[in-house]
Design a protein around this ligand. Structure first.
Ligand code: ATP
Length: 663
């Protein structure tokens, strides 16, 4: 059994002083902080679940070292979440952040404690790399292109995930974790495509070029072959805390469960913390059924972040609604909820109107005026003002005139916001690596790829007299014309490629994209009656040379007098606390959040049953996360057509909402 530790009121007072700016933990939160047994904590948005975990860790630091060399394990999903823990408490916790304790991502835990030792035992050397990018680059390099094109054709968008999700079990292509055979339609196991797939994967495994999923394959095998390992890990880590549990994928969930719960036989105390309603990363609708609550389930219900107005609204979007579900907004701010009603003509005035509103409210509300100014030790705003949207995918030039597919880019003229990006990099790869990573839209990547294609055209100086003078727009027009003249779907495929490449780069699959673009270039050049001659070095060279590091450039912000706002997407705002948030409705799969969720905006809690569509569920989760960020001011931008059609019953006589017509 782990060493018994008791947490006193004095310990809690110590944590409050560091974390709470004069406030206190109430009984519900003290109950969790004091409890070191195996349990789940389901905590609603803004209830302070990160804060109570930090309190517990600050207190445990005072009790370290544990007896018998045992340690504490803290796991989160992303590096950003781990960094957040470090930023907030590392300076108070020198012991917690060193051996035998471990604080890191689920991937770093699995790599370090399971996959690498097992691989080293098997091969007598450590893996060369565990990294999707390098794996994909090497895979595409080794797997003959003639077979790859056939597979890409079969899998379409899913090709990259397929390459990362398979392993070899007895010469059979199988799922990396379940080890079940993967049936590839119309592909026999004796075909060269299949045989070479097996051969290439084996070669990479033997050399030690692994992807992230391979680490789970090895981890699982290690645990199966050495059952005593589980015991060793349980002894090593007496207390295990998993933050943002709802974001774990099923294989991550299972491996943790197997080691640290061990069918209730574990020596470790295992605490899982999260909010099922905020699962927007794994995108897995089944996840609600995967995370099975522990017998001991603690909850944090009140939201310290939200006011009653905001909380009452956000409650309506919660898909996971245990009996009596109701998030109480504990923040006493009484600012109304705002709708900014815009038209096609006034859409670009939505953000300026939001800025005006902030200025007005700050003149009337001293608390708001103070909170928007507050800064952290690192000089950044503690509670930033943000504009967020779900669909931040850049429109292609072709659908620019389609006013009914509104996305983030329609609300703001990015060309005036984005600083000059170098458009003359030394080689194709640089265009894929040095796009502006601070921007959360795909547009910057798409633009960078188009710039690279223009550069190739310039280098080729083809017989098409315009080649040297194309701009991104005229290039797209030329492709459109080519499709029409030849009566083929070239333009559609070109747009789809740009979209898929941009998405894959965001996901870190730069090497795969580079290979895909290289393969596509001859087809692209045919449009201009030319082929690769002068651009060969530009396409092949991979030396990134001395290029400015765009990571250090300023993020996407707009400053108007003393109001600074940041533009971002809903995913990136996860876990954040804003002082004011403007949520821009956006088009996704044939409709808008304001359409799919209009009953919820009007105050009706969502009813979860088997008839509830997948897109409605997705939209509800997105709205739940996005709308639950601000402490004070929540604005939602809705088009007047949708407002008039669906929100007619809201008007300014309402004591909760205020509707502003954007002029
Ligand atoms: N006990 C408390 N008293 C007062 N304020 C608190 C308390 N706990 C947390 N807060 C404040 O409430 C806000 C939200 O806290 P925190 O980020 O820990 O919540 P969370 O549950 O992790 O949020 P989410 O899951 O929605 O991202 C922060 O500004 C935090 O400082």
């Amino acid at each position: 059994m782990p060493q018994e530790i008791s947490i006193t009121d004095d310990d809690i007072l110590y944590a409050e002083k560091i974390l709470l700016n004069g406030s206190n933990f109430d009984d519900e939160r003290r109950l969790f902080i004091k409890d070191l047994g195996t349990l789940d904590l389901q905590a609603v948005h803004g209830s302070g679940k990160t804060t109570v975990l930090l309190a517990k860790l600050l207190i445990l630091e005072r009790k370290l070292p544990l007896d018998n060399g045992c340690g504490i394990l803290v796991i989160s999903h992303t590096n950003a979440a781990v960094d957040e823990i470090k930023i907030r408490i590392q300076k108070y916790c020198p012991k917690l952040f060193s051996y035998p304790n471990f604080i890191g991502t689920i991937q770093s835990f699995v790599d370090g404690f399971l996959a690498i030792p097992y691989y080293a035992q098997w091969k007598k050397h450590k893996p060369v790399r565990i990294d999707n990018d390098i794996f994909n680059e090497q895979f595409n390099h080794k797997y003959p292109i003639k077979y790859r094109s056939g597979l890409e054709h079969r899998f379409g968008n899913r090709y990259s995930s397929f390459i990362e999700e398979f392993t070899i079990v007895d010469q059979t292509i199988s799922h990396f974790y379940t080890k079940e055979p993967i049936i590839i339609p119309n592909l026999g196991v004796t075909t060269p495509t299949y045989v070479n797939l097996v051969k290439t994967k084996k070669e990479l495994l033997n050399t030690g070029i692994l992807n992230f999923n391979d680490a789970y394959t090895f981890a699982k095998s290690y645990l199966e072959k050495h059952p005593q390992l589980k015991n060793l890990l349980q002894r090593r880590f007496s207390y295990v805390f998993i933050d943002e549990m709802q974001d774990m994928d099923i294989h991550q969930y299972n491996i943790l469960e197997n080691i640290f719960y061990d069918n209730a036989n574990s020596k470790s105390r295992y605490q899982r913390i999260g909010d099922k309603n905020q699962a927007i990363f794994n995108g897995d609708i089944r996840f609600h059924n995967i995370w099975v609550d522990r017998t001991k389930l603690l909850t944090l219900n009140g939201s310290h972040r939200l006011s009653a107005n905001i909380s009452d609204l956000v409650n309506c979007f919660a898909l996971h609604r245990p009996d009596g579900f109701n998030v109480i907004g504990l923040n006493r701010c009484n600012i109304k909820l705002y709708i900014l009603k815009y038209s096609n003509e006034t859409i670009k005035n939505v953000i300026p109107e939001f800025i005006n509103l902030i200025k007005r409210i700050k003149d009337q509300n001293i608390d708001f005026a103070n909170i928007i100014k507050e800064k952290n030790d690192n000089g950044k705003y503690k509670y930033p003002i943000k504009v967020i949207a779900w669909n931040t995918i850049w429109k292609t030039e072709e659908d620019n005139n389609d006013v009914d597919k509104i996305r983030l880019a329609d609300y703001i003229d990015f060309s005036s916001q984005i600083h000059k990006i170098n458009i003359d990099y030394p080689n194709l790869k640089s265009y894929l690596v040095f796009y502006d990573r601070k921007k959360h839209t795909l547009n910057v990547i798409r633009t960078s790829i188009l710039n690279a294609l223009l550069r190739i055209l310039r280098l080729e100086n083809s017989t098409d007299s315009k080649s040297r003078n194309y701009t991104r727009n005229t290039l797209i027009n030329k492709i459109k014309e080519y499709s029409e003249v030849n009566n083929i779907q070239f333009q559609e495929q070109f747009s789809l490629n740009l979209y898929n490449w941009s998405i894959d780069i965001v996901k870190g699959r730069t090497s795969t994209v580079l290979e895909n673009i290289k393969t596509y270039i001859p087809t692209f050049l045919k449009v201009f009656n030319t082929q690769i001659v002068n651009s060969k070095n530009f396409i092949e060279s991979e030396d990134l040379g001395e290029v400015i590091d765009l990571e250090t450039e300023t993020p996407n912000t707009i400053k108007d007098e003393d109001v600074e706002i940041e533009i971002s997407n809903v995913h990136a705002s996860k876990g954040q606390t804003h002082s004011a948030t403007l949520y821009l409705e956006s088009y996704y799969y044939r409709s808008y959040e304001s359409e799919r969720l209009s009953p919820q905006f009007l105050g009706n809690p969502i009813v979860v049953n088997n008839n509830l569509g997948v897109r409605i569920k997705e939209s509800a989760r997105m709205a739940y996360v996005g709308l639950s960020r601000p402490t004070h001011l929540l604005c939602i931008a809705i088009h007047e057509d949708r407002f008039n059609r669906l929100f007619g019953e809201l008007n300014n006589q309402n004591d909760k909402w205020e509707i502003i017509n954007v002029q």
